[in-house]
Design a protein around this ligand. Structure first.
Ligand code: PGA
Length: 251
C-alpha cells in the first residue's frame, strides 16, 4: 500500500504573510483528509513561519531546492540541515524549472538528493521530458537518463526515503495535462526501471507523483491510475480551496 502524496509547489509566489494566511485557510479544509500525505513548498524566506503555522496540523513542509554541502563558503546557498532546522520534512530536487533556468543537471540532482537524505529529509526527485523529446519518441530514454544519473550511488534504503515526481515539461503551467493513460504509461516505465536498478520490493513501495497542470477536475482520473501515487501541483496549489479540493481527491 502506497500512501498518496499531494504536494503544492508554490514556486516564486507569496510573501510570508500570504503564505501563512494561505496555510491557515488550508488547514481546516484538509483536516479530515486521511490516508494522504499533504505537503506545501513555499519560498525559502517563508519556511520557518509557515512551519510554525502548520504546527499540529496534518500538512508537512518542503523546500523547493537545496545545496549539497552542509556549510562553508557557498554564498547564497541553503543546506539541507538548515531546511530541516526551519521545519522541512521534504525537499523538491531537480524541478524542470531549475534544470531549464538554473543549470541543474542529473549530477547536481544526485549530489543534492544524497545530501537531503543524509539530513533526514525526504527527497522529491523530479524528472520529465520536453515536448520536442516526446515528439521525437525519446520520452523513455530521457527519463531513464535522468533517473540513472540522478540516483547514481543510491541504495535501496535511500530510494525508499525518496519520492519520484514525473512532470512532463510540456504539461507544466500550460493547462495541458498528460492524459491519465499517458501519465500511467510513464509511471509504469519508471517503476519497472527502478525495479531493475534496485529491487522489485523497493520499486513497488516508492511513491511516483504526476505533475503538470493538475487541477481539482482532473485529479480523480489521474489518481485512479494504478501507478500514480499522488500529484505535484503548481498553479492550483496557490489557493487554499483548489489545493484542498485536490488533497481531498478521495472524499
Ligand atoms: P503546474 O506546475 O501544476 O502549474 O503545471 C507543476 C509543477 O511545476 O510542479
Amino acid at each position: 500500500m502506497r500512501t498518496p502524496v499531494i504536494a503544492g509547489n508554490w514556486k516564486l509566489f507569496k510573501t510570508i504573510a500570504e503564505a501563512t494566511g494561505m496555510v491557515n485557510e488550508l488547514k481546516p479544509l484538509v483536516a479530515n483528509a486521511s490516508g494522504v500525505e499533504i505537503v506545501v513548498a513555499p519560498v525559502f524566506t517563508a519556511l520557518s513561519r509557515v512551519s510554525e503555522a502548520l504546527s499540529g496540523s496534518n500538512v508537512r513542509l518542503a523546500a523547493q531546492d537545496c545545496y549539497w554541502e552542509e556549510e562553508g563558503a557557498y554564498t547564497g546557498e541553503v543546506a539541507p540541515k538548515l531546511l530541516a532546522d526551519a521545519g522541512c520534512s521534504h525537499v523538491i530536487i531537480g524541478h524542470s524549472e531549475r534544470r531549464q533556468y538554473f543549470g541543474e543537471t542529473d549530477a547536481t540532482v544526485n549530489k543534492k538528493g544524497k545530501a537531503a537524505l543524509a539530513a533526514g529529509l525526504t527527497a522529491i526527485v523530479c524528472v520529465g521530458e520536453t515536448l520536442a523529446e516526446r515528439e521525437a519518441d525519446k520520452t523513455f530514454s530521457v527519463i531513464e537518463t535522468q533517473l540513472k544519473g540522478g540516483l547514481t550511488g543510491f541504495s535501496s534504503d535511500m530510494l525508499a526515503h525518496s519520492i519520484i515526481a514525473y512532470e512532463p515539461v510540456w504539461a507544466i503551467g500550460t493547462g495541458k495535462t498528460a492524459s491519465d493513460q499517458q501519465a500511467q504509461d510513464v509511471h509504469v516505465f519508471i517503476r519497472s526501471l527502478l525495479a531493475q536498478m534496485f529491487d522489485q520490493a523497493t520499486a513497488n513501495a516508492i511513491r511516483i507523483l504526476y505533475g503538470g497542470s493538475v487541477k481539482p477536475d482532473n485529479v480523480k482520473g489521474l489518481m485512479s491510475q494504478p501507478d500514480i501515487d499522488g500529484a505535484l501541483v503548481g498553479g492550483a496549489s496557490l489557493k487554499a480551496d483548489s489545493f484542498a479540493a485536490i488533497a481531498n481527491f478521495a472524499a
